[in-house]
Structure formats: C-alpha cells, structure tokens
Design a protein around this ligand. Structure first.
Ligand SMILES: NC(=O)c1ccc[n+]([C@@H]2O[C@H](COP(=O)([O-])OP(=O)(O)OC[C@H]3O[C@@H](n4cnc5c(N)ncnc54)[C@H](O)[C@@H]3O)[C@@H](O)[C@H]2O)c1
Ligand SMILES: [Zn+2]
Length: 362
C-alpha cells in the first residue's frame, strides 16, 4: 500500500447513501488513522446510489469534477462506497489524463471482499439509440466497459458495515462463502459457524481479511483473467443466469433501468447450492457440503425465487453466456472437495435441470 500522504491533493467520490452513513466515520476516524486530516475538506463528488448509475454519464460527471478542480496525475481519487463507486471511480481515475492514482475505502461487505480487490474497474454498457446494435441487444451489458487498474491502496474498516442493511451484508457473505469453499475446510468451517450478529467484532474483521487475502492471491497470479481467476466463477454460472432472469422479470414492468430485486450475492448463494449439487454428482464433492450450504441458504436467504417453468430460460441464459460455454455445452467451475476447484467442467443440460430441481425443492 502506497503512503497516501505522498499525493499532492485528494479528491473524494461517494454516493448519496454512503455520504450520509459513512462519511462522518471516515472523517472522524479513518482520516486520522491514515494521517490525512485534510480529507474532511477535500473536494467531494456525491453521485446518486445504485447500479443504474454505473454508466458513462456518471463517469463523465467524475471527469468533469476532476477537470473543474484541475486535478493532475500527482493527485489521488479516493472512492468511498460499495462496488458501484469503487468500480466506476477506479475506471474514471485510470482513464483521466491517461491515469491518475486511486484508492478504495469499500463500505459494503461485497466491495470489501470482492469488488475493491483485483484491479477490475468499469461500468455497464447500454447501446446508444444510434448504435447499429441497439435493436439487436437493447439491454444493458454489465461491466462491459473497463480497464484493469490496481488501486494504490484499499482501506478496510469493518466498522463502516454497522449501517449496512442486512440484505447487503448477506450479499457479501455469499462471496465470502465462495472464497472459503475455494480455499479449504478450515476457512469454510469458521465461516459457516460464525454468528452473523457479530459483524463488527474483531473476529469478523479477521474473516474479512482472510477472504481478501485469498482473492488477492488468486488475482495476483492471474491479473488479467486468463486462467486461474476462473475458479472465482464458482456459483456464478447458475447465479448469473438467475440474476439475469430476475432482471428480465423486472424489465417486463417497463422500468427504464431494471435491476434485480435480489442483491447479486443472493443469486450467488442460489448458484453455490446448485453448483455444489453438480459438484457432488459430477466430481464427488461430499454430500455434507451440499447439505451445509442448503441449510445456510434456507436459514438466511430463503428459497430461490424460481420454479420449474423457469428452467428453460435459465438453461438458455447459461448457453448464451460466453464465459460458461464451450462448443455449445455449458461449463462451470466445480469442486471435487472444499479447497479443490476444477475449472471448465462440462455439464449436460439434464444434469443442470436436476440441480435446478434440487434448488427448487429447498
Ligand atoms: N471489480 C470487481 O472485481 C467486482 C467484483 C464484484 C462486484 N463488482 C461490482 O460491484 C457492484 C455491487 O457492489 P455492492 O453490492 O457493494 O453495491 P452498491 O455499491 O450499489 O451498494 C449497495 C447499496 O448499499 C449502499 N451502501 C454502501 N455502503 C453502505 C453502508 N456502509 N451503509 C449503508 N448503506 C451503504 C449503497 O449506497 C447502495 O445503495 C456491481 O456493480 C458489481 O458489478 C465488481
Ligand atoms: Zn459475484
């Protein structure tokens, strides 16, 4: 982590919700700990909250803000917020004047353990009305525009989570479970036994640190997503298909920027259960792991919001997801045991249906 005092000036980027919930703590505590008392007086851009604002118009606002303040490449942009702010601020900074430094202070659990680490930055893409592809693909493509650019620092302060709604906490928890499943039996047991009421305790801070360290170890070995990083797709083949289906359902109600009614991590949890079932059937993952995940899902996340009439569209989503297909068949990251992932495992449509049936039976 680079010493943040080395930058000439600091600019802050956040969203409206985080400005209300977290900025007072950031200014009163985090700024002091970082020896950056000037943070409280730093020029600050506050954007509206939510994935629907993760777009070029917001990036334009960030560039306008930086130009208006005559920011230079010796300055620093500090992103304070969830994954949306960290992804978008990272992208705007790394393209401003061919790249200024940025740091992240993630304020959601998902951003702490996932989005703020690994150097992927970017925004969602919606074709303009003039685009030849707008009639082919009128919908928004998530994270389709971006660059790989590492933050100069990521500052983790679990106390910022105290204002986070429980749904958002569970969303990040699912990504932590994914990391633990990939990592090994001990981290998985620790996480599954953890009392979620204790999220501001030092013990939880330690679990967050372990989860981040695991993601860092994977992304450092494969910074540009050419191979090993694929293990991080665990739970996401089925999870992304469920998320896309929920977004489509909300699109039918004609809202201009449809979003999933379930946070991303909920869909990951459903995906982890379905893919654990596949892992048991195809690679011999012990059945007790499938049971432990299923219990966790039922207790905290509730039943997956899908039924057998959704199987066909879900399979179609998976078949059309380029990340998960090889010559027309669906491939997933599966587990032969906790801590032993296998990437690019071919799954038949019949096996997938069986896994979805299992998920729906819970
Ligand atoms: N770059 C990566 O590798 C990577 C990895 C995973 C996810 N992502 C991206 O992350 C985004 C999702 O991130 P997210 O789940 O953090 O969503 P988010 O940034 O939209 O935050 C969720 C909501 O919580 C609010 N919030 C944030 N911190 C809060 C706090 N401490 N107290 C109260 N409210 C708070 C936000 O204002 C927002 O309304 C997606 O766009 C996804 O594509 C990126
Ligand atoms: Zn995810």
């Amino acid at each position: 982590m680079r010493d943040l005092k080395l930058y000439s000036r600091i600019f802050l980027l956040t969203d409206e919700q985080v400005a209300m919930c977290c900025l007072p703590v950031v200014f009163s505590k985090v700024a002091c700990e970082l020896h950056l008392p000037q943070m409280a007086d730093a020029p600050t851009l506050v954007l509206p909250a939510g994935e629907q604002h993760k777009n070029l118009a917001s990036v334009q606002q960030i560039w306008d803000f930086l130009f208006a303040h005559q920011a230079t490449r010796s300055d620093l942009l500090v992103n304070i917020g969830g994954g949306v702010i960290c992804d978008m601020g990272g992208f705007a900074a790394s393209t401003y004047m061919r790249g200024m430094a940025y740091a992240n202070i993630p304020t959601t659990l998902l951003a702490m353990v996932d989005a703020a680490t690994g150097g992927k930055t970017g925004i969602d893409y919606t074709p303009s009305p003039h685009s030849p592809s707008s009639s082919l693909s009128p919908f928004t493509l998530k994270n389709a525009i971006g660059v790989f650019a590492e933050p100069v620092a990521t500052i983790i302060r679990p106390e910022l989570l105290s204002t986070l709604p429980s749904e958002q906490l569970l969303s990040g928890w699912a990504e932590m479970l994914k990391h633990a499943l990939l990592q090994g039996r001990e981290p998985f047991a620790e996480l599954i036994d953890f009392d979620m009421q204790q999220i501001t305790s030092p013990a939880f801070g330690e679990l967050i640190r372990q989860s981040i360290a695991f993601k860092q170890s994977v992304t450092q070995q494969d910074p540009h997503d050419k191979g090993l990083r694929q293990i991080l797709n665990l739970g996401h083949t089925v999870g992304h298909a469920i998320e896309a289906l929920l977004i489509e359902r909300s699109q039918q109600s004609n809202i201009p920027h449809p979003t999933s009614p379930k946070p991303h991590g909920y869909c990951v949890m459903y995906g982890l259960v379905a893919e654990a079932y596949l892992s048991h059937a195809i690679c011999g993952l012990p059945a007790e792991v499938v049971c432990a995940l299923s219990r966790m899902m039922c207790q905290y996340y509730g039943a997956a919001p899908i039924s057998c009439k959704d199987f066909e569209p879900l399979v179609q989503h998976m078949l059309h997801d380029k990340k998960n297909t090889q010559q027309g068949c669906i491939t997933c990251t599966l587990l032969e045991d906790i801590g032993r992932p296998l990437t690019a495992q071919a799954v038949t449509i019949a096996q997938l249906r069986e896994a979805l049936e299992y998920l729906c039976s819970l």
